[in-house]
Design a protein around this ligand. Structure first.
Ligand code: CAA
Length: 379
């Protein structure tokens, strides 16, 4: 068993670390405070190949593996989780399914601009009344022969207004339950498709989260991915991979907060010595480091299983469940180590604490991960 990263993985990790420090760090507080989308940064990430990391180069992708993807997600998330969620949604929630199940024509038309970063994508599953209970889709895609008529509302859509290509999950035949659901490629600008106002969020404030409204949108039949009724399985498989990306995001948030807390504890003095020399602080650092290491192993294990084409549903849910809880605990403790300074924006840890919370919610809450894990154990 070899726990060493390869030379190539180390180079990709270093490239992401350098990018995060030089391109993301300088404006991160301002983007968070004013909810500014990282437009320039996303353009540069596209040029580096980080928006279609695992896509075959023949469709404009970088042809990397999932291990590389999680290394990049961790490094970006140490500094700016608002930017990393854009990267994760495009890679895991949009490019992955399009490449695996899209037709050749769909890949040429939609995957290539997404993988190169020329266009951004969004994945639209959640609804006002269908978040965790994903089969209860109220959005309908009525079969009209040569097209579907799409009606309904989607909520909490990452890349809601920055995307131009949307994978929309909708119910075609309610009598068939999860087998009556389809996934359609919807383009921004189609008649009847409107985007709601930006959500004012607790964390990941630089990313744009919106509702999407569909009112008699005519979607051509050729925009359905895979066979009729495959939409629910498509969504579940997409989320299975997506959870590895979010687990890596949570890991990055935790390790970013840990690095800040460690550095601060070496500089800040109380009672005549650096606070890291008080056991009250040193023990906190030891707990954080241990949990982060355990989360990293779970994340890498899930990524490795996916790269080997082995089942990874349980592993990805375990990684997301554990890493998101570690992110929450670590960021709260990192604020505590900083004392009053931790409560102000300049020290970054309060933002990481706010950003950590969403990792326990999106792409399935912690409770949903426990459903997936327990079903896998008990089946
Ligand atoms: N891969 C392939 N097929 C799968 C699957 C998977 N991972 N998981 C389930 N399926 C299949 C099942 O085999 C079953 O097929 P059959 O009927 O042929 O046997 C079918 O799908 C229905 O499965 P279930 O009966 O297990 O479905 P369920 O209704 O009980 O739901 C659930 C299971 C795990 C709770 C699921 O609804 C779920 O994951 N919910 C959470 C959804 C979620 O994560 N939402 C977040 C929104 S996206 C987001 O946050 C993105 C963002 O912007 C960042």
């Amino acid at each position: 068993m070899n726990f060493q990263l390869s030379e190539e993985h180390l180079m990709i990790q270093q490239a992401a670390r350098d990018f995060a420090n030089t391109e993301l760090k300088p404006g991160v507080i301002d983007r968070d405070e004013h909810q500014k989308f990282p437009t320039e940064q996303i353009k540069k990430l596209g040029e580096l190949g980080f928006l279609g990391m695992m896509v075959d180069p023949k469709y404009g992708g970088a042809g990397m593996d999932t291990i590389s993807y999680v290394l990049v997600m961790e490094e970006l998330s140490k500094i700016d989780a608002s930017t990393s969620v854009v990267v994760s949604a495009n890679n895991s929630l949009v490019c992955f399914g399009l490449e695996k199940y899209g037709s050749e024509a769909q890949k040429e038309k939609y995957l290539t601009p997404l993988a190169t970063g020329e266009k951004l994508g969004a994945f639209a599953l959640s609804e006002p009344e269908a978040g965790s209970d994903a089969t209860s889709q109220h959005t309908t895609a009525e079969d009209m022969g040569d097209h579907y008529l799409l009606n309904g509302t989607k909520n909490w859509i990452t890349n809601g207004s920055s995307a131009s290509i949307y994978l929309v999950i909708a119910q075609t035949d309610v009598s068939k339950g999860s087998h009556g659901i389809n996934v359609l490629i919807v383009e921004r600008g189609m008649d009847g498709f409107t985007i709601g106002p930006k959500e004012n969020k607790l964390g990941i404030r630089g990313s744009d989260t919106h509702s999407l409204m569909f009112n008699d949108v005519k979607v051509p039949k050729e925009n359905r991915i895979a066979e009729d009724g495959f939409g629910f399985k498509f969504a579940m498989e997409t989320l299975e991979g997506g959870r590895i990306g979010i687990a890596a995001q949570a890991l990055g948030i935790a390790s970013g907060a840990f690095e800040l807390a460690t550095n601060y504890s070496k500089e800040r003095k109380t009672f005549g010595k650096p606070i890291c020399q008080h056991q009250a602080i040193a023990f906190k650092l030891a707990d954080m480091a241990t949990e982060i290491e355990a989360a990293r192993l779970l994340v890498l294990n899930a990524a490795w299983l996916k790269d080997q084409d082995l089942p990874y549903d349980k592993a990805s849910s375990m990684a997301k469940l554990f890493a998101s809880e570690v992110a929450m605990r670590t960021t709260v403790e990192a604020v505590q180590v900083h004392g009053g300074y931790g409560f102000v924006k300049e020290y970054h840890v309060e933002r990481l604490m706010r950003d950590a919370k969403i990792t326990q919610i999106y792409e399935g809450t912690s409770e949903i991960q426990k459903i997936v894990i327990s079903r896998s154990i008990l089946k």
